[in-house]
Structure formats: structure tokens, C-alpha cells
Design a protein around this ligand. Structure first.
Ligand SMILES: *[C@@H]1O[C@H](CO)[C@@H](O)[C@H](O)[C@H]1NC(C)=O
Ligand SMILES: *[C@@H]1O[C@H](CO)[C@@H](O)[C@H](O)[C@H]1NC(C)=O
Ligand SMILES: *[C@@H]1O[C@H](CO)[C@@H](O)[C@H](O)[C@H]1NC(C)=O
Ligand SMILES: *[C@@H]1O[C@H](CO)[C@@H](O)[C@H](O)[C@H]1NC(C)=O
Ligand SMILES: *[C@@H]1O[C@H](CO)[C@@H](O)[C@H](O)[C@H]1NC(C)=O
Ligand SMILES: *[C@@H]1O[C@H](CO)[C@@H](O)[C@H](O)[C@H]1NC(C)=O
Ligand SMILES: *[C@@H]1O[C@H](CO)[C@@H](O)[C@H](O)[C@H]1NC(C)=O
Length: 572
């Protein structure tokens, strides 16, 4: 062994011990990390911070990566836009407590924006979460940092990292793609939370919307089919006065999982490290198909991947222009709206909810209140339950033209779209006929039962513990009165007339006889679309089904039965 080899090996050994003895997760004021192989390592050994060169580039950057993953995966970069072109870089906390990246001639290439004043000695620590934090050494409250890298994301969302807004300080945390594998400076694609009445997560290409993850529906984002709460991952969307953000967490700490906004326009959801294959598994990515392209089909167009053309107009609408493949023009109504209570709604299901830039949400309203509020507002074009969990709750409304809607083959959502009454009523051209049987016993109106084609007769769907009246009342309370009507006829029936009929029936069954309308008033109400009806109270007859349903054998007992058949005049 010649003297040079000996010296070289000795030098390497020295470096090794030097590195080993300094493998720490913390540096403090006036200390630094140079571009000499030294790094900070989080206490549990998961993350490492130091200088690196991306891809085939020779530029040097300060970054954080997974220490134990052989495929170098950089999750955060400090001097993204200002690389250092030699090995003179230095990460340092200067004597007044600022975190800086310096190049050769002590030029500042990057500095951390800490807004708070340090009270004592400042330390920089790489936490087990991958968060690089600057804090007062003396601080007891580990959450109060002078600065943290989680507030300035690169292209990667780590578990527990917030994507979105600190509304108090106005700080926005967005993911931004790298320009290329060799260049971590911000590329075209960013992902963040759009502040609006009903906020949603959006991917932008430059300043244009590129893909919407869809609205949070209480369970998940409607447009992301894979980020679902499950035993391994938890997903959370927080929207309150102080904060507006999305996070995910991994319940099994041995699972390594991240979300990446990658440079080739894909949001890679839950990249999960596989020990077996020693590579990242892409659990899912977005956008997936043509229909994920923002606003592809224009206003009132429904994007359906299995149809040709994939852009279809909703029922009640027709293409605005017959022009060749010009979908962006969207669709227009066959029949104009009245923009009043005379309009109605058609329910569509299996959808991705429309763009919510002009929207409104209230979590404590039910579907019936939601319908009324939407009908009251001439610019409200659609409504639905904002939370799909259980029976559904809350109210989401959309104003102005509806755009960026698509159809899913499964697990899409319901949407009630405003339609003119004539669109609702004349679909099959038949005259509406509602048969009302009034059963009177000993001069008391026992109730008005709607029968005939508009009653949902299938008993299997009735709540077992409730009479038909009880069932009707329950659905009315939930704002789902239309569910009373057989689905087969729902399509062809005038929704507002049917609702009105159910409304009147409920009025006839009020507990206090004095509250019930007289028969002549019932006829008047049924005949007029515009007569204002009082809100019904809970029916007095919530007895079980057996005792309420008209039983032929009980008929002789009623001394003065009247049977009234009313044909509603068609409104048009
Ligand atoms: C490094 O960058 C500096 C300016 O930032 C430039 O003057 C210098 O020539 C560059 N060195 C190399 C080796 O490219
Ligand atoms: C430390 O860095 C900050 C930010 O660049 C600067 O304002 C401050 O003067 C520096 N302190 C010293 C002692 O150089
Ligand atoms: C660094 O500073 C020295 C002297 O101050 C100067 O000669 C040299 O050109 C500088 N190098 C760069 C890359 O600016
Ligand atoms: C620091 O804050 C200024 C002003 O708020 C901003 O322009 C700049 O981009 C921030 N720098 C970093 C590294 O975040
Ligand atoms: C970006 O993500 C897509 C979808 O997972 C993948 O096919 C593509 O290779 C990724 N691009 C890069 C540069 O990693
Ligand atoms: C709405 O309907 C009423 C009653 O039919 C009618 O008088 C009014 O002109 C209509 N308004 C619009 C905007 O169509
Ligand atoms: C939401 O609706 C409830 C019930 O109608 C109402 O009391 C509340 O004020 C509404 N909240 C907002 C923010 O409009």
C-alpha cells in the first residue's frame, strides 16, 4: 500500500467517524452544515437533510429525503430556484438566529422566512415527521416554531402535513411540481385549496384550473376515487374560521406513504413504499381520463367516458352549437326557466358535483330546506345534500351555469338541477291525475290518502314501524317527499304538483282539527299552483299501518264516507 492510498483510506475513515459522531437531528446558532457529506438525521432515522444533486444535474440543493429508501426520494427542497453550482454551499443559523443557505462568497441563496422573534438561542431540528423546524431552544411548547418547512411545501405532501390555508396569517401551503427530474424549481402544476363558500382542492396549470378533486362530501373528495378513509389511511378536511386544509395520515407507522404533484401533470395519490419490490407503488393517480379535464364539456354538459361523444347534454338541455367537436360551448335549456317558485328540479345521480366557485353550503339544513332556499333564489341552479354520510345532511347550492360535471359508473353523487315546470310536467304529454280518497269517520277528517299511480306502493320499502302517514311525514321532514312516488312514475310526473299534493295531504292530517283545511279549501289548493300553503305539522295519526290503511271490512263502520276524485288541470 503506497502512502497515498494509506492517506486516502485514513481520510475516509476520519470522515466516517466525523460523520458518525455528528449524526444528529439538531444544530444551533452559529453552527452549520456544509456540502461535505454531513447531514442531519431525524431521531428515528427516517429522514435525512443535506446537500444533493437531482437527476443528472450537477447543481447543489439543500433537501430532505428518506434515509432508508434506496431510491432517493427528495420530499422537500430549500433553495429550489437558486441552485449552487459548486460544493461551497453552507446551511447555517447566523448569530442573530436566521436560517440561511450560503454559497461560496457568503452570498445568501435562500433564507427562511421566520416572522417571529427568537427570545433565546435558536435551534434547527429535523423531526421524525420530516418537518424541519426552527425554534427557541428554551421553548416548552414544541408546537410553537419560529419557522417550519411544512409551511413551504415542495411537490410532496407527507402525512400530517397541511395543504391549504392558515386564514389568520394568510399563509397558503400549496404543492408545486418540479420543472423536471433535474430541476426542482416550481413547474407548471400546483395543487392547493381554493377559498370559496364551499371550498375544494384544485390542481392548476399555471393560473388555469386543470383538475378539481371535487367537493368534500363528508367522507372523501368526490372526484378522487382512491383517497378513501380505510384501515391504513385517514383523510381529513378542515374548514373553520382559522384554518382551511386537507391532511392525510397513516395509521400503521410502518407504512411509508406520500402524495406527490409530479412534473408530468399527475397527482400521485398515496405512493407507498414496498419493501418487497424496493420501489414506490402508485396506489392511484389523477387525472385519469378525458372526463377529468377541467370543464371539458362546458355548461350543463355531462362527461361520460363510455359514450360517444363523451360530452352529453343533461336531460332538458340541448347542444348550444352543433359545431364540429366544439364542446366548450356546452348546452342550453330546451325550455326557459321562470326563475321563481314555479320552477322545479330533476334529480340526477352518479355525478361529480359541479365547479363550486359560485356556491354556498350550510351543514345544518336538510334537503327540503335546501330545495326551498334554492327555489327562492333565481340564480340557484342546483342543490344537494353537502354530506352524503348516512341518510345525507346539509345543503350545498350552486349559482350560475353548472360546469365540470362528469358521470361515474359507481359511487358518484346526487344533484338536483333546476328545470322549468313545463320541462318537468310535459315529459310524457299525459295529463296529471291524482286521485284523492277522503276517508271521513264520524264527521272527522281522518286523513287524506293519496293513491293511484303517484303512491309508492311497494310495501317493502316502507319503514316497518311506520304507517303510510308516518312514512310520508318522515320523508317530508327529511325533504325527500318525492321518494313517496314510485320511481317508475317519478320521471314522468310533475314534481312540484306531486309535492303540493303530499303537502296538502299532510295538512289534512294535522293533530288539531281546527288546523286542518276544509274540503273546499283542499279542492282550491289542489287546483291552484300558486296558492301559498302553510307548513304542515306532525300528523295526529302516526298509528301503525294496520289501523290506518283503508280496510274493506272496516268500511261499513264509517257512517258518512265521502270519496272525492280530483283531476288536476294541467298547468299548461
Ligand atoms: C457558478 O455561478 C457563478 C454565478 O452564480 C458564476 O460566476 C460561475 O462561473 C459559475 N461556475 C461554474 C463552474 O459554472
Ligand atoms: C442574519 O441573516 C439575516 C437575514 O439574511 C440578516 O438580516 C441578519 O443581518 C444576519 N445577521 C448577521 C449577524 O449577519
Ligand atoms: C469570490 O470572491 C473573490 C474575492 O472576494 C473573487 O475573486 C471571486 O471572483 C468570487 N467568486 C465568485 C464566484 O463570485
Ligand atoms: C418570504 O416571504 C416573502 C414575502 O412574504 C416572499 O415573497 C418570499 O417568497 C418568501 N420566501 C420564501 C423562501 O418562502
Ligand atoms: C408521474 O405520475 C404518473 C402517474 O403515476 C407516472 O406515470 C409518471 O411516470 C410520473 N412522472 C414522473 C416523472 O415520475
Ligand atoms: C313566470 O310565470 C308567470 C306565471 O305564469 C309569468 O307571469 C311570468 O312572466 C313568468 N316569468 C318568466 C321570467 O318567465
Ligand atoms: C344554516 O342553517 C341553519 C338552519 O336553517 C341556520 O340556523 C344557520 O344560520 C345557517 N347558517 C348559515 C351560515 O347560514
Amino acid at each position: 500500500m503506497d502512502i497515498r492510498s494509506f492517506l486516502f483510506i485514513s481520510f475516509k475513515l476520519l470522515c466516517f467517524f466525523y460523520e458518525f459522531s455528528y449524526a444528529s437531528d439538531t444544530i444551533s446558532s452559529s453552527q452549520s452544515i456544509g456540502d461535505d457529506g454531513r447531514t442531519l438525521v431525524s431521531e428515528d432515522g427516517t429522514f435525512e437533510l443535506g446537500f444533493f444533486s437531482p437527476g443528472s444535474s450537477k447543481n447543489r440543493y439543500v433537501g430532505i429525503w428518506y434515509k432508508n429508501i434506496p431510491v432517493k426520494t427528495v420530499v422537500w427542497v430549500a433553495n429550489r430556484v437558486n441552485p449552487i453550482n459548486d460544493s461551497s454551499g453552507l446551511l447555517v443559523i447566523n448569530s442573530t438566529g436566521s436560517l440561511l443557505v450560503l454559497s461560496q462568497n457568503k452570498t445568501v441563496v435562500w433564507s427562511a422566512n421566520s416572522t417571529k422573534e427568537a427570545k433565546s438561542l435558536v435551534v434547527l431540528q429535523l423531526l421524525n415527521s420530516g418537518n424541519l423546524v426552527l425554534r427557541d431552544e428554551q421553548t416548552d411548547d414544541l408546537g410553537s416554531y419560529l419557522w417550519q418547512s411544512f409551511d413551504y411545501p415542495s411537490d410532496t405532501l407527507l402525512p400530517e402535513m397541511k395543504l391549504g390555508w392558515d386564514l389568520k396569517t394568510g399563509l397558503e401551503r400549496r404543492l408545486s411540481s418540479w420543472k423536471s427530474l433535474d430541476d426542482p424549481s416550481p413547474g407548471d402544476f400546483t395543487m392547493g385549496v381554493q377559498i370559496q363558500d364551499n371550498p375544494e382542492v384544485v390542481i392548476w396549470k399555471g393560473s388555469n384550473k386543470f383538475f378539481r378533486t371535487g367537493l368534500w362530501n363528508g367522507l372523501r373528495f368526490g372526484g378522487l376515487m382512491s383517497i378513501l378513509p380505510n384501515p391504513v389511511f385517514g383523510v381529513n378536511f378542515v374548514s373553520n374560521e382559522d384554518e382551511l386544509y386537507f391532511t392525510f395520515n397513516v395509521k400503521d407507522k410502518s407504512v411509508i406513504s406520500i402524495i406527490v404533484m409530479n412534473q408530468t401533470r399527475y397527482l400521485q395519490e398515496q405512493l407507498t413504499w414496498s419493501e418487497t419490490t424496493q420501489s414506490w407503488n402508485v396506489y392511484s393517480y389523477m387525472p385519469r381520463d378525458h372526463c377529468d379535464n377541467y370543464g371539458l364539456c362546458g355548461a350543463y354538459g355531462n362527461c361520460i367516458t363510455t359514450r360517444s361523444p363523451i360530452c352529453q347534454c343533461f336531460e332538458g338541455f340541448k347542444p348550444k352549437s352543433i359545431g364540429y367537436m366544439d364542446w366548450s360551448q356546452g348546452c342550453i335549456r330546451n325550455k326557459p326557466l321562470n326563475y321563481s317558485k314555479l320552477d322545479g328540479f330533476i334529480k340526477f345521480d352518479g355525478l361529480k358535483w359541479p365547479d363550486a366557485t359560485h356556491s354556498w353550503v350550510n351543514s345544518s339544513m336538510n334537503l327540503r330546506q335546501c330545495r326551498e332556499k334554492c327555489l327562492d333564489n333565481p340564480s340557484c341552479m342546483a342543490y344537494t345534500n353537502s354530506d352524503i354520510r348516512g341518510e345525507g345532511s346539509g345543503c350545498a347550492m350552486w349559482f350560475g351555469d353548472l360546469i365540470d360535471i362528469r358521470q361515474y359508473s359507481d359511487s358518484g353523487q346526487d344533484l338536483y338541477i333546476r328545470m322549468s315546470a313545463s320541462e318537468l310536467g310535459t315529459k310524457d304529454g299525459t295529463k296529471m291525475k291524482i286521485v284523492v280518497i277522503v276517508v271521513t269517520t264520524t264527521a272527522t277528517v281522518a286523513g287524506v290518502l293519496i293513491v293511484g299511480c303517484y303512491i309508492y306502493k311497494s310495501k317493502k320499502k316502507l319503514d316497518n314501524n311506520l304507517s303510510l302517514t308516518g312514512h310520508a311525514w318522515k320523508l317530508w321532514e327529511e325533504g325527500k317527499a318525492l321518494d313517496l312516488i314510485d320511481p317508475f312514475f317519478r320521471e314522468s310526473c310533475n314534481a312540484s304538483e306531486a309535492i303540493r299534493c303530499i303537502h296538502i295531504s299532510l295538512l289534512c292530517m294535522e293533530q288539531q282539527a281546527d288546523d286542518r283545511p276544509t274540503m273546499s279549501f283542499v279542492v282550491l289548493m289542489l287546483g291552484s299552483e300558486t296558492a301559498l300553503l302553510p307548513q304542515p305539522k306532525q300528523p295526529g295519526f302516526l298509528m301503525d299501518r294496520k289501523s290506518l290503511e283503508p280496510d274493506p271490512s272496516s268500511k261499513p263502520q264509517c257512517s258518512s264516507c265521502n270519496e272525492v276524485t280530483i283531476s288536476l288541470l294541467d298547468a299548461r
